[in-house]
Design a protein around this ligand. Structure first.
Ligand code: SF4
Ligand code: SF4
Length: 695
């Protein structure tokens, strides 16, 4: 056996051994997680997400420069697989060629071209890492907290893969064994060959060829070993993670709806995740997949306002803990029963301030290029704290008690549910035993829309606008109760399901089919989360209905409005439910109104700070999130901050008033719902028939 074949074999055997051992360990560890049912429930959409997000790199390309660099690296690696086969072919048989393709100039060009692109991408990544150096930029750098040393090592190894490739091919060029011949199609190998020409056409170049063929094999296996032992594992597992993601488009409902039926649960049941063994194999796969790119951290409103929560660091900490717990999970710990770590995730691994800082805005999930589902994990951790440990911020306890005892987070009770309708110039039908004949929509007002003073004014405006369009609607009044959204985001799944069952029963009882919701949180819960509990209704958000009424000509804004508006996308509308255009189309229909976008808008909107039940918790750390968002709105110079959510309205209005009191915001600045912005352009409400009614 020639020496180079023996060395090549030995290096391969050692590298492959390390990789195989690690791969087997990773598979066994992942399988130690809990079950994660329904992961292939929407296979056609999931396969499409694989095409768009993995092969077309859709999410990464939103970040132009690093996105393009990553695109070239991904496809470059695929093209370089040909060169790996060739280098092994060379080891065994000098005339090795791919069947059918052979050594055509086209293949040689593709290999050299993609190798060049990968090299260009490596340089780009290096520059990005220098510019975003976390040691200089601190928390502002998305790489803050990432393993930057390892990232440099991988960049170095990728560089060596390309360098050794071109060096052995350049040497082949001179010793007459280069299979693609003397052509500039293989421009890089050709160029390196010319540089090596002074070493002659035989001995020295033959030696260089052998040395760099072996070096390339060693570098490739070194790279594979580093990948499977580091965060670069994402190169092999992220494709699977994207495929198994349950939300290829909008964020949708939470992954799990545990069975909370008191007749079916037992003392042994564990709700949520208190220890690492309570998480599912899919969550373990999430941890394996994290690239530490920091895009989630960069978009997180908690992190941006100096709170301790970084979705990236949360995932990294859980991953580190998972690996540290492997002996216990796999049953090899000292005296540990198999699968029991005995270590509480909160506070040992995740600080309570980290856990309770999350607004469940979904910016992290939306940005993550490998579809990690941070919010599900955070809610799972909260569920355990609330349901198993009774441990949560004290002030949020009041909200939970109010929902449980009075049916709304403020504890005002059902008798106030219709107060908002007082003073309207028409009667709002209240549903009795069933929805009256001819009524098209059940108007789900929501707790904030019915009980908060500011939100009530928007509810009234919405009702007037719907009335003018001739939309027949009725409300549940005192029969309406909290959807359970704040309880669910807090982690009180039991209370959520109690509320949900009660509401589903009510809605089914009155024969509701079409529901229009004012609040995106109600909308999300009714439309996305009730179906898992047997509540299937046709639910739309009020901005979608207004947009439709405008396009059908049933609402005709005609009185010009000489003012400007900046629209704030609510997270539970723009991100969780993909509704971004409808509210904008309503604003566009208002003559004279100028719309100006905030820097963070649409999918990249910035939370108002109320989601995830944060509305009912004190915000003691860092800058207030609503103040941060309000400052961004103020920077646009708009006269109105347009909203489509009562939570956003309350949070932003509070911050605007603070700024006005401090003299840093114009006195005339208003926070208004889309319906309130539109209503004046409809002119005076005419007596008699509504504007859109009739033929
Ligand atoms: S959901 Fe929002 S607040 Fe929570 S970790 Fe993700 S980005 Fe941060
Ligand atoms: S969780 Fe996703 S976005 Fe965040 S650092 Fe990891 S890979 Fe990047």
């Amino acid at each position: 056996m020639p020496l180079r074949l023996a060395i090549g074999f030995a290096v391969t055997a050692v590298g492959a051994g390390f990789v195989a051992w690690r791969a087997a360990f990773l598979v066994r560890l992942a399988l130690a997680g809990r079950e994660a049912p329904g992961r292939l429930a929407r296979l056609p959409r999931q396969l499409w997400a694989e095409v768009t997000d993995v092969f077309a790199q859709r999410k990464l390309l939103r970040w132009s420069v690093p996105g393009v660099a990553h695109f070239f690296t991904f496809w470059g690696f695929i093209a370089l697989l040909f060169t790996i086969v060739e280098v092994y072919g060379d080891l065994f048989y000098r005339r090795f060629a791919f069947p059918f393709v052979g050594h055509t100039a086209g293949l040689g060009f593709v290999e050299d071209f993609f190798a060049f692109l990968v090299l260009a991408a490596v340089v780009t990544f290096a520059v990005i890492r220098l510019v975003r150096n976390p040691h200089e930029r601190g928390r502002e750098s998305r790489f803050y907290g990432s393993h930057t040393g390892l990232a440099w090592a991988v960049l170095g190894l990728i560089f060596l893969v390309i360098a050794t490739l071109w060096l052995y091919r350049g040497a082949q060029y001179n010793d007459g064994t280069f299979p693609y011949g003397h052509t500039w199609w293989t421009f890089a190998s050709h160029g390196v060959g010319l540089a090596l020409a002074p070493f002659g056409h035989g001995g020295a170049n033959a030696g260089i060829e052998t040395a760099f063929i072996l070096a390339q094999i060693a570098v490739i296996w070194g790279f594979f070993v580093l990948v499977v032992y580091s965060k670069h594992l994402h190169i092999f597992v992220s494709e699977l993670n994207v495929l198994l993601s349950r939300r290829p488009k909008a964020l949708g409902p939470l992954a799990t709806t545990p069975n909370m039926d008191p007749e079916q649960i037992s003392e042994e049941d564990v709700f949520g995740a208190g220890r690492i063994e309570h998480l599912t194999w899919k969550q373990y796969l999430d941890f394996y997949s994290c690239t530490e790119c920091g895009r989630c951290q960069d978009q997180c409103p908690a992190w941006a306002t100096a709170k301790p929560l970084s979705p990236k660091l949360l995932i990294m900490n859980l991953r580190d803990h998972l690996f540290a717990s492997a002996p216990a999970l796999l049953g090899r710990g000292d005296g540990d029963a198999k699968g029991h770590t005995g270590i509480s995730l909160v506070p040992s691994v995740i600080d309570p301030d980290v856990l309770w800082s999350c607004t469940t805005c979904g910016a992290c999930v939306e940005q993550c290029p490998v579809d990690i589902e941070h919010v599900d994990t955070i809610v799972d951790l909260r569920r355990y704290q609330v349901l198993m440990e009774s441990s949560f911020p004290t002030e949020a306890g009041t909200m939970l008690r109010n929902v449980e005892n009075r049916g709304d987070p403020w504890g005002l009770g059902s008798s106030h549910r219709l107060d908002w309708a007082e003073g309207l110039p028409f009667e709002v039908p209240v549903v009795g035993d069933s929805i009256p004949e001819g009524v098209e929509y059940l108007f789900w007002v929501g707790c904030a829309g019915a009980l908060d003073e500011r939100a009530r004014r928007a509810t009234q405006a919405l009702a007037r606008v719907l009335h003018r369009a001739g939309v027949s609607f009725a409300v549940l009044g005192p029969k309406e109760s909290c959807t359970g959204d704040p309880a669910r985001r807090m982690g009180n799944e039991y209370l959520f399901q109690t509320q949900a069952q009660q509401n589903i029963e009510t809605l089914k009882g009155v024969g509701a089919r079409k529901v229009v919701a004012w609040c995106p949180h109600c909308f999300n819960t009714l439309a996305r989360e009730y179906p898992a509990l047997g509540g299937d209704f046709e639910v739309i958000h009020h901005t979608q209905l207004l947009s439709r009424l405008v396009s059908e000509g049933r609402l005709r804004p005609s009185a010009p409005q000489d003012r400007s508006v900046t629209y704030h996308d609510p997270c539970y509308l723009a991100r969780h439910n993909d509704v971004r255009q409808a509210p904008r189309s309503v604003l566009e229909a208002v003559p004279g109104l100028t719309s100006v976008e905030m820097h963070r808008h649409g999918r990249r909107t910035f939370c108002c700070g109320a989601g995830g039940s944060r509305m009912w918790m004190e915000e003691r750390i860092g800058k207030r999130i609503n103040a941060e968002r309000t400052d961004e709105a103020l920077s646009t110079g708009a006269d109105v901050v347009g909203v489509a959510c009562p939570y956003c309205m309350i949070m932003l209005d509070d911050a605007v008033k603070e700024r006005q009191a401090a003299g840093t915001a114009p006195e005339a600045l208003r926070v208004l719902d889309i319906a309130q912005v539109m209503e004046p352009s409809l002119g005076e409400m005419p007596p008699g028939a509504p504007q859109g009614a009739g033929p």
